[in-house]
Design a protein around this ligand. Sequence first.
Ligand code: NAD
Ligand code: UD1
Length: 337
Amino acid sequence: MNILVSGGTGYIGSHTCVELIQAGHDVVIFDNLSNSKVDVLDKIEEITGKKPKFYQADMRNAQELAPIFQENKIDGVIHFAGLKAVGESVAMPWEYYNNNICGTLNLISEMKKAGVNKLVFSSSATVYGDPAFVPITEECPLGVTTNPYGETKKMLERILMDFQKANPDWHIMLLRYFNPIGAHESGLIGEEPNGIPNNLMPYIMQVAVGKLPMLRVFGDDYDTPDGTGVRDYIHVVDLALGHVAVMKKFEDQPGVYIYNLGTGIGYSVLDIVKAFEKANDIKIPYQVVERRPGDIATCYSDPSKAEKELGWKTKFDLEQMCVDSYRFARKMLNTAI
Ligand code: NAD
Ligand code: UD1
């Protein structure tokens, strides 16, 4: 297929482009480069031998999207583009609602005009809020979100469901990601957060390379085996492969299909610290501090629907996630010097 990847120079997008190309698909990327760098395209070429066609375009601007559809015969869109920093979304709600919601509505209009009716949307486990039960199946009721970022995901899921009801020939896949970490084994692409990271693994990576002195563990009094928060960490390459698997689903009946993309295993913050230390033979100093507002105790998936319907199952374990994260962190530091 010829796939248009929005946000394709970003963290998950770049890994997905690699796997799509390696699976024989053609890829066209657009991104406004607000949270990624154009040299990612060279890295994708270095890994796959193919440089994807690229448009620097902002999805808030319909005039920048239209030529992409006019100049390429697009079969389907994987929509990663969006702002994703939870704390920033609390400080800048207008920007988050405008970018994520208006941008997506624009993208849908351009798809409609071009007669493209296949869409994969990057949703998040955040839509489950504090989940009603774990492991979380797709039937778990949606919960209360604690920030504008999470609300944009919930709203966009609803918008896309309503849209599909009114446009029954559309194929819409809502993929709810759990916690992607890790990097491509080449060490060429990975997650490069701006400033001090908010998420656990990017923070540990910076402690590991000596950019930050120690990890702060946000609370050890949760109702979990060791008192620290439990999450479902998934290797970003496994997540990328989930997108390749979902392409086959476009051959099925039109409709809205929802899948959890996770491993089904919950690890605590201290499990991650210990695994990182063991896998990389390095010490990660940490200190337990207050809980982070808005955090929940436990969140992990039941990924069996994706396995049954897509034939997709994760293959990388926590050790590999830690090894690949550290390799990328060291490369990042070397290039930054
Ligand atoms: P990322 O920031 O690395 O990638 C997103 C890309 O979108 C960036 O390259 C950015 O420049 C681009 N972008 C943002 N606004 C745009 C606009 N208006 N027009 C064009 N491009 C725009 O983030 P990621 O981690 O790769 O996440 C990809 C998607 O997956 C996002 O929608 C995110 O919300 C979702 N998601 C991510 C996680 C995670 O932990 N990383 C978890 C659940 C869901
Ligand atoms: C966070 C977001 C979520 C988003 C996801 C992926 C919040 C409340 N939720 O999820 O909306 O979809 O990232 O981008 O921000 N931790 C520490 N010290 C740190 C960082 C994290 O102890 O420096 C702990 C957290 O308390 C949590 C676990 O590590 O228990 C994972 O945190 P994080 O990586 O931020 O992911 P989520 O909170 O699951």
